[in-house]
Ligand binder design. Structure first.
Ligand SMILES: C[S@@+](CC[C@H](N)C(=O)[O-])C[C@H]1O[C@@H](n2cnc3c(N)ncnc32)[C@H](O)[C@@H]1O
Length: 336
């Protein structure tokens, strides 16, 4: 038995007096399973899931922008289809559960419509409450010439009730000034920051999965595993179900099983289903390469990357180059 297999037995296996293996990927939903990848329409999967079963639904639906896996629809038709899926999702959600819908812009002849703004009423009409509109910021994408290039998308987070599961301590990040102390009052001299770290806030800088990203497959728009890990860790507990109705390459299920949750999803394109199964299998075997959650965003200046110096700027305009330098290099002086 490999170390990873042993780990799976230990993590999932002890059930009364009996050990059982759970590293199989089922293709139909059953509450007794741990991993489900359904090839087909998400509504077919959703309708087999009992009411109030799922703790977290995290997904990135098609944006209706004509990607290879979608037919571009009139916006109203697209929203009606989304509403049908969202209604089913809400039915399957536990009262303590959360829905995180990750979206960008719909673009109509150069005019953008942020999809979260038009999806918002669908969720609230179903009685859900919005807890955050998380800005997911990244640095790579299309270069626009008639508007500023899009460098963020959003994750809209809704809960089914006020009694929702949320573990902030599971996702705290390092403090900016961990050595800071109270300077007056009864706690003067004591450290003022939480030793577990700070709240990550609602602006998340996480690299998107473009060609150089370690997780990149042939799918045109994967989201990174680390983005979903933060949702899984903060909104679910061990053994809870995490569902992605638009599974793509299996990212959500990977993030779920990495943290000992159960994962289920649907995907219509057979090639993506195959990729999802392969990646999930690799995750179970401990061989899937992903970008770690705690790795800082690559800084080419800090890394000494020679490409950061524009040959045509080298001598002529040193003050312009200074704008790219990290503030630490100004040694306390504010650049003007
Ligand atoms: C934005 S991508 C999701 C990518 C995914 N987050 C990942 O990390 O790989 C949306 C996916 O939904 C799939 N899809 C579109 N309509 C679907 C439907 N009705 N049921 C299930 N999957 C669908 C598409 O084929 C596409 O792979």
């Amino acid at each position: 038995m490999s170390g990873r297999e042993l780990d799976l037995w230990i993590r999932y296996g002890y059930n009364g007096a009996m050990l059982r293996r759970i590293d199989r990927i089922a293709d139909k939903f059953d509450p007794a399973e741990h991993i489900v990848v359904h090839q087909g329409d998400c509504l077919d999967l959703l309708r087999t899931i009992p009411t109030e079963t799922i703790q977290l639904i995290a997904t990135s639906p098609p944006y209706n922008i004509g990607k290879e896996y979608e037919t571009r629809l009139k916006l109203e038709t697209y929203l009606e289809q989304q509403a049908t899926v969202i209604r089913e999702c809400v039915r399957t959600l536990l009262p303590t559960g959360s829905v995180c819908w990750q979206v960008g812009n719909y673009v109509d002849r150069g005019a953008i419509i942020p999809l979260d703004t038009v999806l918002y009423p669908i969720f609230t009409d179903l009685g859900l409450k919005m807890r955050n509109r998380i800005i997911w910021h990244f640095e790579h994408g299309l270069h626009c010439s008639r508007r500023f290039s899009g460098r963020y998308e959003t994750v809209i987070w809704f809960t089914k009730s006020d009694d929702y599961r949320f573990s902030l301590d599971s996702v705290r990040v390092p403090q900016k000034y961990p050595g800071k102390k109270y300077f007056k009052g009864p706690k003067a001299g004591q450290y003022s920051s939480n030793p577990l770290g700070k709240n990550p806030g609602d602006m998340w800088a996480i690299p998107n999965v473009k060609s150089n990203h370690v997780e990149k497959t042939e799918h045109p728009c994967q989201f990174p595993v680390e983005l979903i890990e933060r949702l899984v860790l903060s909104m679910t507990s061990k053994d809870d179900w995490v569902l992605d109705p638009f599974l793509g390459t299996g990212t959500t299920v990977i993030a779920a099983i990495r943290h000992d949750r159960r994962g289920a999803g649907a995907e219509t394109v057979p090639r993506y289903v195959q990729l999802a199964r392969e990646r999930i299998q690799q995750e179970m075997e401990g061989t899937l390469r992903t970008r770690p959650m705690d790795r800082p965003v690559y800084d080419p200046l800090e890394a000494g990357n020679s490409l950061t110096v524009a040959p045509w700027e080298k001598k002529e305009n040193p003050s312009q180059m200074a704008l790219f330098e990290s503030t630490a290099r100004y040694r306390g002086k504010t650049p003007r």
